[in-house]
Ligand binder design. Structure first.
Ligand code: SAM
Ligand code: DTB
Ligand code: SF4
Length: 325
């Protein structure tokens, strides 16, 4: 009998909050100021609204990628200005990481243009991760699809985050990439989570998707259990030679709305204002901070394309009265 009483008293697990894509779309449909007010209110419950986290990117292996992601200048399928280079040596990576730290970055993200790393690549990247970690930086890597044991090896080397974006709504994915499927992304994300490495996962907007698809992308991220610790929201950087070059640009307010929806649906995540800041300009970036973005890629380059330079970002943060976290 006693046993039965205990059973009855056990609290029923609270079902994780699930976001219907329509509910996220309803956020997008709010009057702009109302949406921003809501997002800023959620933001202030969890973060100091004056703080911005700074992550620096380094392309440790550039170009020559066999995947055909229609946005990406590093794919072998497209004729772009990117020159392929082999995996960087430890010394050069350490120099870049030291410079990033001196400039004020707290996280260093190493990106490789692979479909996925081979076992011997993981051994080499593990050394890079340990080196960067020894400088007192948080470490992140984005290497494509992981195989068995890869996430654990990276974790043991000191990897804090793995970046792997779902990039777009499930029903848009096949328009953008045909060399893999959406579920391949989820499989790697699952491996990362299971190894106890924190997840950095977001997407790109401005690829010709509809508002419903932007909402579905955000709902997909928000419904991950748990949702990602870091959510990079990229604005497509159109690169000549890629299939998405020449698309009509997205209305910048729609980009701000996407940031706000990410903040509201993933209240404790670091929402990163990612690729495309050069094109957005200062006023739109300020709106993105108002909408709850609290992290940026910081440094003169993203992976292969430009980013505002460090002085310009420091000046922007000073003008807005914001400070590096
Ligand atoms: N190859 C790995 C992969 O795809 O996961 C890692 C590197 S890949 C360049 C990392 C992310 O960069 C992509 O998932 C995409 O979100 C983003 N990205 C690539 N090209 C971009 C572009 N032109 N504009 C905006 N984001 C882009
Ligand atoms: C992410 O979401 N955006 C970054 C990082 N994760 C790896 C990459 C942006 C790349 C933009 C195009 C380029 O510079 O090649
Ligand atoms: Fe390769 Fe990553 Fe670029 Fe796709 S996004 S082509 S996987 S480097």
């Amino acid at each position: 009998m006693q046993h039965a009483t205990i059973e009855l008293r056990r609290p029923t697990p609270r079902p994780a909050e699930r976001w219907q894509a329509q509910a996220v779309e309803a956020l997008f449909e709010l009057p702009f100021n109302e949406l921003l007010f809501k997002a800023q209110s959620v933001h202030r419950e969890h973060f100091d609204p004056a703080e911005v986290q700074l992550s620096t990117l380094l392309s440790i292996k550039t170009g020559g990628c066999p995947e055909n992601c229609a946005y990406c200048p590093q794919s072998v399928h497209f004729d772009t200005p990117v020159e392929a280079t082999p995996l960087m040596a430890l010394d050069a990576v350490m120099d870049a990481a030291r410079r990033a730290k001196e400039a004020g970055a707290t996280r260093f993200c190493m990106g490789a243009a692979w479909r996925g790393p081979k076992d011997r690549d993981i051994e080499k990247v593990a050394k890079l991760v340990s080196g960067v970690k020894s400088l007192g930086l948080e470490t992140c890597a984005t290497l494509g699809m992981l195989g068995e044991g890869h996430a654990e090896a990276l974790r043991d080397a000191g990897l804090d985050y793995y970046n792997h974006n779902i990039d777009s709504a499930p029903d848009k994915y096949a328009d953008i990439i045909t060399t893999r499927v959406f579920d391949d992304r989820l499989d790697t994300l699952h491996k990362v989570r299971s190894a106890g490495v924190k997840v950095c996962c977001g997407g790109i907007v401005g690829m010709g998707e509809t508002r419903s698809q932007r909402a579905a992308l955000i709902a997909e991220l928000a419904n991950m259990e748990p949702y990602p610790e870091s959510v990079p929201i990229n604005h497509l950087v159109q690169v000549a030679g890629t299939p998405l070059h020449g698309l009509d640009p997205l209305d910048p307010f729609e980009f701000v709305r996407t940031i706000a929806a990410a903040r509201i649906t993933m209240p404790r995540a670091m929402v990163r204002l990612s690729a495309g800041r050069q094109q957005l300009g200062e006023a739109v970036q300020a709106l993105c901070f108002m909408a709850g973005a609290n992290s940026i890629f910081y440094g003169d380059k993203l992976l292969t394309t430009g980013n505002p330079d460090v002085q310009a970002d420091q000046a922007l943060l000073a003008k807005l009265g914001m400070k590096a976290a």
